[in-house]
Design a protein around this ligand. Structure first.
Ligand code: ZN
Length: 699
């Protein structure tokens, strides 16, 4: 590891943040340098501070500590993310023997210069008690490989010599701040402090000095590791061989719905039992595949994390699944149940006295033998964070194992962190959106209705796999959809080709772990009276609207059945199925057939708890950017027949309905979200979204 300090960049920061003073400007600079190095910290880990002065309301200069606020990420921290607290009242707390967490938070908030600031880091007192102007704290991987050992001090001494302090594991917060301050007071000349099984503190008179000490010590630790191990540990070099790289993705596509289904939790609600699902983020690079093929993999996966900071993202142990188990729904569920029982036991032994509420007892990270690592969470973002942490964790565990013996925190120590209210606060008290943890697949997503459905599903928190046959149109439509709490992935597929439809579901499973909500929406139109109908054009419409729907229903059944957690299919039919129009035989017949397929699916899919419903929309025009293909086909004919222009045609259709309102793509989307949320036990139903057309009332 080498220093990324640049005088030019430092000058830029001093100019950009001149209003905040040079000390804070350079603190922001080196905090970002640390935050951008994944070997030092990941996703909000670590914290930094600077002691400087600020003016109070009377214009007097007061000593302050600017310390990372809870919830900010060092890689992109702003001056406001390092809130200023008065130093004197914090330092006085050092006289106390004990301080409760609540009192510590009160003291920190009470010392803030601005009431709008975020809470200062839970390690703020540690920063305050050390005398140096700049203090840097990281969870460097190399330090963790050296100290997750039976005798951490021995390796630290061998790597760094004697001018580094080593402290055993101590619970963060007030106890750690006191212990570090006391140890430092005895040896004020040390260059840094290693916290065994936790991380590293360095300090200095300048931002550069403190930062470069972190780099220097981590570099020494990395060199020591390389010397001791003689290179990459055998466990990461593919002996025994993992699944060949080219076969891993296909394996994941096959087993993820099974594993994901086993990780869904049935919870009791006022509406009865509902599935709480999770979405996946899978990694299958050579390093994790090699690790997971090794005979030691199971033991190392089931051990506690390399630093306690990770527990709120990944839980303690990961679940290890042999390939044969992952393919077998019953065997997979047994392994998950075993994990849950072990977690329950851990909670009873170590955490029950701290918290009356057990956290979700299922694993967040699954390691698949010889394939890779998959993280699961109720949002794609949380799954990505857990996967980002799990990947290097497996490497560090392999290195620690090769160096001696991997010895992480004990269960008691881990539980104290996992159920520490100040740590749980970092996750925030977010209210989950209605479709959190659900995966939806939408065909024909480039059209007006399709993109409206995608937008509504994303807004409801679903991960959406949006697909269309037209790549360019899909890109235009999705550019406007990528918002909200959900997560969007796209694919290009022709639903008239059964093989492509199978590949579409496989890609969705590989991307998000499976599927819960399927919306067969793709459709085309052809205007012709029957006496002039071209049979080939008729067949083409049937191929997309009817046979295409059949292909999608068939593959949906395959994945939904494997998951064993029910699901929803919402077929887009049309108002025309009940109220057909002259000149519109191909479309009306093909959509009526699709509706009938949906009703048959409702009969057949109930066996594996899947609900199938139908939406009959009408007169959804879209807008300039995302046009309705249907109306582009039908509009000219209808306009000519009625002597209207485009606006006139819209007005005509609006006036024709009972409610006399425009029908928007998002209205159809909200109907899909309603069915997907499964708030009523409804299957086989048809819901009109048409402004009210008596001749098209379902019957
Ligand atoms: Zn820490």
């Amino acid at each position: 590891m080498h220093s990324r300090w640049s005088d030019d960049e430092a000058r830029d920061y001093c100019q950009r943040f001149a209003a905040h003073g040079e000390a804070l400007a350079l603190r922001v600079y080196t905090s970002r340098l640390i935050g951008r190095e994944p070997e030092l910290v990941l996703h909000g880990g670590g914290n930094t501070s600077v002691k400087t002065t600020a003016l109070d309301l009377l214009g007097r200069s007061v000593d302050v500590l600017c310390v990372k606020g809870s919830g900010s990420d060092l890689s992109q921290v702003e001056p406001a993310g390092l809130p200023a607290v008065r130093l004197a009242p914090l330092r006085e707390l050092q006289q106390l023997d004990r301080l409760s967490d609540a009192a510590m938070v009160d003291a920190l908030r009470g010392a803030l210069l601005s009431s709008r600031s975020p809470n200062p880091s839970v390690e703020a007192l540690l920063h305050a008690f050390l005398p140096h102007a700049f203090v840097d704290h990281t969870h460097a991987n190399a330090i963790l490989a050296l100290t997750d050992q039976p005798d951490p001090a021995a390796h630290v001494r061998a790597a760094f010599g004697d001018d580094i302090l080593v402290l055993p594991w101590i619970m963060p917060g007030f106890p750690l701040a006191k212990a570090v301050a006391a140890a430092h007071a005895e040896r004020p000349g040390v260059r840094g402090i290693v916290l065994a099984k936790h991380g590293l503190f360095t300090f200095g008179a300048t931002a550069r000095e403190s930062y470069e000490r972190t780099i220097e010590l981590v570099d020494k630790a990395e060199r020591y590791l390389r010397r001791q191990l003689g290179g990459t540990p055998a466990m990461l070099l593919g002996d025994p061989a993992p699944l060949p790289a080219g076969e891993r993705r296909a394996f994941l596509q096959q087993v993820l719905p099974i594993v994901r289904g086993a990780l869904a939790q049935s919870v009791d609600t006022p509406l009865g039992a509902m599935w709480q699902r999770v979405v996946a983020d899978a990694r299958c690079g050579d390093l994790v595949a090699s690790f997971s093929a090794h005979p030691m993999a199971r033991e190392l996966c089931h051990s506690n994390p390399i630093t306690p900071d990770h527990v709120i993202r990944t839980k303690g142990p990961y679940l290890f699944l042999p390939r044969l188990v992952a393919k077998d729904g019953d065997a997979c569920r047994r392994e998950v149940q075993h994990y849950v029982a072990t977690y329950q036991n851990y909670y009873d032994r170590c955490a029950r006295q701290r918290s009356g509420r057990m956290l979700r007892p299922l694993p967040n990270v699954v390691v698949l033998e010889g394939v890779g690592v998959v993280a699961f969470a109720s949002s794609r973002k949380a799954a990505r964070i857990a996967a980002d942490i799990a990947e290097p964790t497996l490497r560090v565990k392999a290195e620690a194992h090769a160096l001696g013996r991997f010895v992480p925190l004990t269960d008691d120590e881990l539980a104290e962190m996992e159920y520490w209210p100040l740590e749980l606060d970092k996750l925030g008290s977010v209210v989950e959106p209605p479709l959190a943890g659900q995966v939806a697949l939408v065909t024909g997503a480039a059209g007006a209705i399709g993109s409206g459905v995608v937008a509504s599903l994303l807004a409801a928190g679903a991960c959406v796999y949006a697909t269309d046959v037209d790549e360019a149109r899909l890109a235009v439509a999705m550019a406007r959809c990528n918002a909200g709490p959900g997560h969007l992935a796209t694919g290009v597929h022709d639903i008239t080709d059964a093989a492509q439809v199978a590949a579409m579901f496989d890609d969705c499973a590989g991307t998000f772990g499976g599927v819960d909500v399927v919306v067969p929406n793709a459709g085309i139109a052809h205007v012709s009276r029957l006496d002039r109908m071209d049979a080939e054009r008729f067949a083409k419409v049937m191929a997309v609207n009817t046979t295409g729907t059949l292909h999608v229903l068939k593959e949906a059944a395959r994945v939904l059945r494997a998951q064993r957690t029910g699901g929803s299919v919402v077929v887009q039919a049309s108002k025309n199925t009940f109220a057909p129009g002259a000149g519109f035989g191909a479309y009306s017949a093909s959509k009526a057939a699709a509706l009938q397929l949906a009703r048959i699916a409702a009969l057949e899919f109930a066996e594996f708890s899947v609900r199938v419903n139908v939406i009959n929309a009408d007169a959804v025009f879209g807008d300039e950017q995302v046009k309705s293909q249907l109306w582009e086909t039908v509009g000219p004919d209808r306009m000519a027949a009625r002597g209207l222009d485009a606006d006139g045609l819209r007005a005509f259709y609006q006036k024709r309905s009972l409610l006399q309102v425009p029908v928007l793509p998002r209205h159809v989307g909200e109907a899909v979200v309603w069915f997907a949320s499964q708030r009523t036990p409804t299957t086989g139903a048809v819901l009109p979204v048409d402004g009210g057309l008596p001749e098209a009332f379902p019957r």
